[in-house]
Ligand binder design. Structure first.
Ligand code: ZN
Length: 103
């Protein structure tokens, strides 16, 4: 697994949505790559602070459902915005997108 792939799969990793094979490759890369390990740790810390700020664990709803909800809302508002979001969604931390949808 490359550094780019690790960055791409970081959210899935933190949400425990990787296949066992991908998870093994991911953790193996982190063990050998201090840069990715640091990034994953800070990301996980941010996720933990978000959970703490909300006073409990985030909903266990899968990120894909959240992505689709965001896309749907954007599509209804403005198709060009939805197109832009679908291009930028993967690198966007899902927990940030999830906050307005918790209520
Ligand atoms: Zn790396």
């Amino acid at each position: 697994m490359t550094c780019a792939e690790v960055k791409e799969k970081l959210v899935d990793f933190l949400y425990d949505e990787l296949s066992p094979e991908a998870r093994t490759a991911f953790t193996r890369h982190l063990a050998a790559c201090p840069a990715c390990k640091t990034e994953a740790a800070s990301f996980e810390k941010a996720l933990g602070s978000t959970r703490a700020a909300l006073g409990g664990p985030l909903s266990q709803e899968p990120p894909m459902r959240v992505r689709l909800a965001v896309l749907e809302a954007a599509q209804a508002a403005k198709p060009s915005v939805a197109a832009a979001i679908s291009l930028t969604l993967p690198p966007v931390p899902v927990f940030v997108l999830e906050l307005p949808l918790l209520t």
